[in-house]
Design a binder for this molecule. Sequence first.
Ligand SMILES: NC(=O)C1=CN([C@@H]2O[C@H](COP(=O)(O)OP(=O)(O)OC[C@H]3O[C@@H](n4cnc5c(N)ncnc54)[C@H](OP(=O)(O)O)[C@@H]3O)[C@@H](O)[C@H]2O)C=CC1
Ligand SMILES: O=C(CO)COP(=O)(O)O
Length: 320
Amino acid sequence: MIGVMGAGAFGTALAVSLAAKGPVVLAARTEAQAEDIRQAGEVARLPGVTLPEAVQVGAGVAALAGCDIILLAVPTQKLRAMLMDAGGVFDAKTLVATCKGVEQGSQKSPSQVIAEVCPEAMVAVLTGPSFAADIARGLPTALTLACADRAAGKALQEALSVAHLRLYRSEDVTGAELGGALKNIIAIACGAAVGAGLGESARAALMTRGYAEMARMAEAMGARAETLAGLSGFGDLALTCTSEQSRNLRYGLALGRGETFDSGVTVEGAASAPAVVARAEALGIEMPITRVVVGLVSGQLRVAGAMDMLLSRPLKEEKC
Ligand SMILES: NC(=O)C1=CN([C@@H]2O[C@H](COP(=O)(O)OP(=O)(O)OC[C@H]3O[C@@H](n4cnc5c(N)ncnc54)[C@H](OP(=O)(O)O)[C@@H]3O)[C@@H](O)[C@H]2O)C=CC1
Ligand SMILES: O=C(CO)COP(=O)(O)O
């Protein structure tokens, strides 16, 4: 049976989608949350989506004991603690990370965190351009399913594909995870520029030079260029930087407009950006847009100063 850990927007959307194939367990953090969801028939972070009967709502890791495939849909910075609290329930399971970020402190990707805490588990990554609301409504979506083990990846591709949710297989876990984590940061930069009234041309420039940063880091970390050009990289960059459904873009818009933003909303790019800059420094890679996002998020930079920093860099040849 398939289980989902994290009854937020994305975990719920995936559970609703996969329920077309059979029963799915959706695990909220606490029994009180699970009971609220059962009573309401929907999840607060994904309003307007009625849970089908095939979605069985439970609480905590115990609810997932009978599942062999578990999708992990908690924010990246919460992943390690959640796994460490699992008390062995996740050992020897197939764990599919759906979170898009880099862990603060360790600078590790979700799959690396899983491998460290649950060394017995088979690890895969599900990523790519998809808003929870779109998946839950059954709108057409194409994602990357990355797993270093080819046979396990093929089995997962079958198990997790649904008519409107088309999965493309990859063995490049590093590249798939990097694309998802880095595009969120570039989306914050785009939002900040647009929010500050700098225009659509600035957005296009940030997306393109942001992609160059993503490709640079990917190359340095041994990821494949074609992965970055695929759904998990370019595809998700395009979606997140251009749609106001994106929380990262909306957070950037608020920064650019000088407005406050609800601190309860998951903004993976803001949490991951300092870890990415630290990793870039260790690798000797220039990531100027990511760096200014760190300054914007920490409040040390304003958009005008950030743009001055980017525009005053030495003139150079256009290449990645
Ligand atoms: N929303 C989207 O469109 C997409 C999201 N993603 C990725 O999916 C990940 C999750 O995002 P999303 O679902 O949108 O975020 P949400 O903020 O909507 O939900 C996160 C959920 O994780 C739960 N959670 C946190 N810690 C634990 C824990 N220890 N045990 C159980 N549950 C826990 C939260 O519970 P609580 O409220 O109690 O803290 C919350 O329900 C992110 O990395 C995001 O980038 C990927 C593609 C699309
Ligand atoms: O990852 C996403 C789309 O692919 C969701 O983006 P946000 O986290 O910015 O809402």
